[in-house]
Structure formats: C-alpha cells, structure tokens
Design a protein around this ligand. Structure first.
Ligand code: DGL
Length: 262
C-alpha cells in the first residue's frame, strides 16, 4: 500500500513506559492521527546514563522509527530531548522532531512569585538545555533529581506504600515553607500525579509539559501540510518495546497505564 505523506504514522518514543503519558494526551488532542510507540526498555533508565549514551540510544530508535515510514518524531522523554534533540535535528534538518522540556516556564508564568519544585532525572537537570531554562525561569525554583523514581512506573506501580515513602522523603525538606507548584519534568512522573497530589498541600499545582508538546506537534504538522483531518483507519496506535522479557506482560502493563485518566 502506498501511503500519502499525511497518512503516515507519527513515531513517539521514550526509554520505557513513561512516554505513554504523552501518547495518551496525543490520542485525545489529535484523534485523527495514528501513532507508533516505541519503548527502549532494554536501555532504560536513560536518566542515570551519560548524555553520550542517551544520544546513541535515541539515534538508534530514531533510525528504527524512520525506517517504518513515520512522518514526524516525538521524543516523549525529557532526558533524551536534553541529550539528543539538537544533534538529531542537525542530522535530519527536514524532518519534524518535537521534544520536551520540564514545564518550568509554564510554572513560572502561573506562579511568578511562588516556590517551584522541578522533579526530573539527573541527566535532564545536569544538561545545558536545562541550565538555560533555569537561567530564564528558575528564580524561585529548586531542581530535584529523582533517580529510581521512573522504575516504579516501569513496574506498573503508581500508588504503593513504598512509592509514597520515596515521595514523602523527597518532598519533606520543601514542605516547611509554602510551595506553589511541582513540575513533573519526566514523562514517567506524569502517571504519579494523583499520588503526588495526595502527599502535597492542597493548593500545590502539579504541572507537566505533555499538552504543550502535543500542541507543538499539531502546529508543526499543520504548517508542513501533514496534519490529518480525517482518520485513515480504526487503529489509533501500536506499541512495541525493546526488551528481552515477556512482551505480552509489558503490553498489558502499558495498556493499564494508558487507561489511567489524565
Ligand atoms: N521518561 C524519561 C524522561 O522524560 C526518563 C526516564 C529514564 O530515566 O529513562 O525524562
């Protein structure tokens, strides 16, 4: 079958299951489109590797998705965006590559005077990209690396006591003075939003960049004439993973995460 340009799927990837939180938002905001999701589980976590390693993983996944004929790529991972997006865009200048960054600007716009806590991986927070973001919007922000947190989501755990203990320990030093917002600067953490809200003071905003990323994807597709205005088939997405473990079990876990309401 020969597909017209706009009829081709959109590739979307992460180190594992976290980017499914972006896919979930994309399915709601761009309901006509068709997505190929790839989770690089064999190389996860990205957030505690080096930037060079993350670039190598991201480059391999990009090649793989491009070979499947995608019309655009969403890097549904803050870590891979920080480590690889600039270089990938330089290598593929004519290709639409949409990335992510912790929603610190959004938090700063919504609470210009309030204290903001940015949760993200060590690689994201140590990156040059984040340094620039922090320089512009980090006046009242504290950056909090969370190694080990994505692993809960990978196991399908979004509300256990062990997870709550991890989060309580992270939040404790910052709850003595009022906190205006918590930024979920890793796509995995978006699945933990409700659990985090239950542990934070009631008025704390919990923000992420998923909608902004999907809006940007829509704008880029539209200006390239690649936005579909009617669905081409009934299949909305397909999931595949780089793993040596039991794939049906991972797919079932992925579907359970996707079913958590936004
Ligand atoms: N989901 C990824 C992110 O948005 C990172 C998880 C990992 O450490 O692999 O940063």
């Amino acid at each position: 079958m020969i597909m017209q340009n706009a009829e081709r799927p959109i590739g979307i990837f992460d180190s594992g299951l976290g980017g499914l939180s972006v896919l979930r938002t994309a399915l709601r905001m761009l309901p006509e489109e068709w997505f190929l999701y790839y989770g690089d589980i064999a190389n996860a976590p990205y957030g505690t590797k080096t930037e060079e390693q993350v670039y190598t993983f991201a480059r391999a996944v990009t090649g793989r998705l491009m070979d499947q004929g995608i019309k655009a790529l969403v890097i549904a991972c803050n870590t891979a965006t920080a480590a690889a997006a600039a270089q990938l865009r330089a290598e593929f200048p004519d290709f639409i590559i949409v990335g992510m960054e912790p929603a610190l600007k959004l938090a700063h716009d919504q609470c210009p005077e309030g204290r903001i806590l940015v949760l993200a991986t060590p690689v994201s927070l140590a990156s040059e990209k984040y340094r620039r973001l922090y320089e512009n919007y980090g006046e009242h922000a504290v950056s909090l690396p969370c190694p080990g947190l994505m692993e809960f989501v990978e196991r399908g755990d979004t509300d256990s006591e062990e997870l709550k203990d991890y989060l309580r320990n992270k939040f404790a030093p910052y709850l003595e003075t009022p906190l205006a917002a918590v930024v979920l600067g890793c796509t995995h953490y978006v699945f933990l939003k409700k659990t985090m809200q239950s542990l934070l003071p009631q008025n704390t905003l919990v923000l992420d960049g998923n909608e902004g990323t999907v809006r940007q994807l829509g704008r880029r597709l539209e200006s390239a004439g690649l936005l579909l205005n009617q669905a081409m088939g009934t299949e909305k997405y397909s999931l595949s993973f780089h793993i040596d473990r039991n794939e049906p079990e991972i797919i079932a876990r992925a579907e359970r995460l996707m079913a958590i309401p936004e």
